[in-house]
Design a binder for this molecule. Structure first.
Ligand code: 4AD
Ligand code: MG
Length: 448
């Protein structure tokens, strides 16, 4: 069956045929008898070529000139239905171009604010609703999509059930300083920071479960790694220790990278992402070191010329410069295992025989992209968990349902959460997390 319209991505299947494509004019050039249109439709960008004599031949002198003139006068971001013959074109990276035979203007576009010249970040962010149309932003969104697809595929293949956690919650999931509070019919409610606690209930009901949804953190930090609204994928599994969980996390992150290489190669090309480096992360085992080993390493190298970080004592938390240095040192995704309990969440299980450390790991992406996963084994003992809840200044009444999970058939279980935008930034090789989500929410940005 022949289709009325095809997408630019599909032109490879229509070489030598006349097709119609709905598109926008991203850019235009040419002079005299020839016009070049950079066409985009969200699937790809490619070039259409209009040649005046062809139009005169097809439509006659008068009508042909009118048609060609319309094409010459098209302004940036006009929308068009363009008809033409698909040709292979070895000179372009895309590999194909369109020999235009007819064109109809659908929507005019005057004074499009984002021109091919350089613009400042604030201006682009104010025009995010339009900036999304640019080539680089299209590529990043395609990578984001490939990651989501690969995520669902991985969990399905590994026996996980999607279990949707609520967004409105009566209690904090991580720490109380970064909570967004809302009024819930006269009582306080919080926007979820992570679906984990609910997912633990899911794991006791259904076994392996995962969720994937927006989460919220009232982060006052203005860094290139922090959003106030981001998408997290949490996974939780019963009868698994954190040690075993690391293998699954590694397989998951590799499946995500693999999925992007397979499904979004064009996007990686557009972004000029080093794909050999991504393949290296697939081929080699991720590095695993303990928090204490990481501190020793940082202290031993703190005088090195490339060591752009402050001295840390055992028990201190890492800042971004420490994480960056560690992951660069190994050149691979690196798990930092068993952090001090003092700066980790209340639900983590202590290392047997060492109450100061908890059974957890952060996965640091290489190349300075920072933490992409936080995970741990969960406390299973009712009394110990209650004690931790109280010690963290939380009200046990808010957590009675969570404590119940330790009252009725408690089992060892572990899980982790991956921040989608951190992963997008890492795989796409972009500098700032604000480009990894369609409409970023940050300390000073809620519009558009
Ligand atoms: O390390 P976090 O805080 O872990 C949790 O929330 C656990 N409850 C997850 C679990 O065990 N199920 O967050 C998980 C991940 C981080 O590793 C990071 O990738 C991302 O979420 N993340 C952020 N991404 C963007 N902006 C922020 N402000 C982020 N905070 C965390
Ligand atoms: Mg974390």
């Amino acid at each position: 069956m022949s289709k009325k319209y095809i997408s630019i991505r599909e032109v490879k299947d229509y070489v030598g045929q006349e097709v119609t494509i709905g598109a926008w004019v991203a850019n235009k050039s040419g002079k005299g008898k020839i016009a070049f249109l950079q066409l985009r439709d969200g699937t790809a960008f490619f070039q259409g070529v209009a040649f005046k004599p062809n139009f005169i031949e097809k439509f006659g002198e008068e009508a042909g000139l009118v048609k060609f003139d319309t094409i010459k006068k098209l302004s940036q971001e006009s929308s068009v239905l363009v008809k033409g013959l698909v040709k292979e074109d070895e000179r372009s990276k895309f590999g194909y171009e369109l020999d235009i035979t007819d064109l109809e203007v659908l929507g005019d576009s005057q004074d499009y604010p984002i021109t091919p010249k350089e613009h400042g970040t604030d201006f682009l962010m104010d025009n995010r609703h339009l900036w999304l149309r640019s080539r680089k932003q299209m590529a990043i969104m395609q990578i984001r999509n490939a990651l989501i697809y690969a995520s669902y595929e991985f969990f399905d293949q590994n026996g996980f059930i999607k279990f949707d956690s609520p967004i409105l919650s009566g209690n904090a999931a991580e720490n109380t300083t970064e909570l967004f509070e809302t009024d819930y019919f006269g009582n306080p409610a919080f926007l979820s920071q992570s679906g984990q606690l609910y997912l633990e209930a899911g794991a006791m009901a259904l076994g392996r479960v995962f969720d994937f949804g927006p989460v919220f953190r009232a982060e006052k930090s203005k860094t290139r790694r922090h959003l106030t609204e981001f998408w997290m994928m949490d996974a939780e599994y019963p009868f698994v220790t954190h040690e075993e969980s690391l293998d699954l996390q590694e397989a998951y992150v590799k499946a995500l990278i693999q999925g992007v290489l397979e499904r979004a190669g064009q996007a990686l090309d557009i972004l000029e992402r080093d794909q050999d480096l991504l393949k290296k992360y697939l081929a080699e085992p991720f590095k695993r070191i303990s928090y204490d080993e990481a501190i020793d390493l940082l202290q031993a190298h703190e005088k090195d010329p490339d060591a752009d970080y402050e001295h840390l004592e055992r028990g201190d938390d890492f800042g971004s410069p420490h994480e960056t240095w560690i992951s660069n040192h190994f050149g691979l995704p690196t798990f930092i295992i068993n952090y001090p309990a003092s700066f980790k969440a209340f639900y983590m299980k202590p290392v047997p025989g060492n109450e100061d450390r908890v059974l957890c790991a952060d996965l640091l992406a290489p190349e300075g992209y920072g933490e992409i996963i936080g995970g741990s084994e969960r406390e299973t003992d009712y009394d110990k968990l209650l004690e931790k809840i109280q010690a963290n200044g939380l009200d046990p009444k808010d957590y009675d349902w969570y404590l119940d999970l330790r009252k009725y058939g408690s089992v060892p279980h572990a899980g982790f959460g991956l921040g989608l935008e951190r992963m997008v930034t890492f795989v796409a090789g972009t500098k700032h997390i604000r480009e990894a989500i369609p409409f970023p929410r940050m300390l000073h940005r809620i519009k558009p």
